[in-house]
Design a protein around this ligand. Structure first.
Ligand SMILES: [Fe+2]
Length: 389
């Protein structure tokens, strides 16, 4: 903790339920939330993977009516949210169920903001010149189909404003889901590349939040366990998609990493990847995977003791090493992990080196630069970007 004078605060408005097969409990969960007709927010990929039935069958069996909104796209733009809001309001829904990854969960949260406030979500962007949220979103159940974003327990939704080519945040306790229903069996159909990208995103949330200026004991505790689970189980989940134990602990890694966000933001990796995602249609998790190690190489000196602890959490036999050796071993352990699970470099994700100056400037201006453990500059971002190619 860097600032002991500041009032730190940690709030979790979300009930967390998890088990193999947890999704079968959706009718009871909705009853407890008082929801009679939810809008089910999801995307085409979830439907194609055959996961939609896992939610709709128990609903139909329990005679619970629902409306389906399956038009979510990744890096969801404002129009996707607005269309969902129209569907919610025109069909008499009284609650939300998000089934999918971060895009579906964030879209559902943003629809919730629009329904509750009767205004576009962009009016509530987290900047000083916008409005402050005043109403809780309608009861939202998040059912993640990936293990990465942690959006099921975070207080954040990230939405893309195509006009500005910018991904903005809306957040606070009023935006958080009422219930996270985590069923690792829904993760078995994730393709290896998605497992790798989303899993490394979870690890990155934990590493960034553990070492950023906003860290506090509650978020530290969640982050360390998230790092340990990712270090132990991410390779297994990528190698063998049906490894139920690995899927369970990666789901917990993502959830704990989401909790480690607390009420604040992450650091340089997310400043880089969030701004990049507003400009290019790049998969968030893979972009995070490509930039995580170059940022760690730069950042370790700002929090050497915490980096040494990360090495231990990642399974490095760091006892007996001095602090510098252990901190650098954490960077190498993260490098080994990203290479083992096949995270591509930025060039392979369609980013051009010629865009580095623009991307570095955007990252520097992103609010998440503020919490980074080492002072940042546009030049530093340019160097880090070059190392990610
Ligand atoms: Fe992320």
């Amino acid at each position: 903790m860097k600032d002991l004078q500041k009032m730190h605060y940690f709030e979790v408005p979300t009930v967390m339920k998890h088990s193999l097969g947890a999704v079968k409990n959706i009718p009871e969960a909705l009853r407890q939330l008082g929801v009679k007709k939810p809008l089910l927010v999801t995307d085409e990929g979830v439907v194609k993977a055959g996961l939609l039935d896992k939610v709709t069958k128990p609903l139909k069996d329990a005679s619970i009516s629902f409306e389906l909104y399956d038009e979510v796209v990744f890096n969801p733009p404002l129009a996707t949210v607005a269309a969902g809001t129209v569907k919610y309001n025109s069909t008499g829904c009284d609650g939300l169920v998000a089934l999918g990854g971060g895009s579906s969960m964030d879209t559902a949260k943003a629809i919730g903001v629009e329904v509750a406030h009767d205004e576009p979500v962009i009016e509530y962007e987290c900047t000083e010149d916008k409005k402050v949220l005043s109403k809780r979103i309608p009861p939202l159940t998040c059912i993640p189909t990936t293990a990465g974003t942690g959006s099921e327990v975070t207080m954040w939704a990230v939405i893309t404003d195509p006009k500005r080519e910018f991904k903005f945040n809306v957040g606070g306790p009023l935006v958080a889901a009422h219930l996270a229903l985590v069923d690792p069996l829904l993760h078995l159909s994730m393709p290896n590349e998605v497992t790798a990208g989303t899993g490394i995103d979870a690890l990155c949330h934990a590493i960034e939040c553990y070492t950023c200026a906003y860290a506090q004991p509650q978020t530290d505790a969640a982050a360390l366990m998230a790092i340990e689970f990712a270090g132990k189980y991410l390779r297994r989940a990528v190698a063998y998609s049906q490894d139920v134990e690995a899927r369970y602990y990666m789901a917990m890694s993502a959830l704990l990493a989401g909790l480690s966000y607390g009420s604040e933001s992450a650091g340089a990796v997310h400043a880089m990847t969030q701004t990049m995602g507003g400009i290019f249609p790049v998969h968030h998790g893979l972009a995070v995977g490509a930039t995580l190690v170059p940022v760690m190489e730069y950042n370790w000196m700002g929090e050497p003791a915490k980096y040494a602890r990360i090495a231990l959490a990642l399974g490095v036999p760091a006892i007996g090493m001095n602090e510098r050796e252990a901190a650098l071993a954490a960077v190498e352990a993260a490098r080994d992990l990203t290479e083992d699970i096949g995270i591509p470099k930025l060039g392979a994700l369609g980013i051009d080196k010629a865009d580095i100056p623009r991307l570095a400037k955007a990252a520097f201006n992103d609010p998440q630069t503020t919490g980074n453990p080492r002072d940042m500059s546009i030049e530093a971002y340019e160097k880090i970007y070059k190392r990610a190619f």
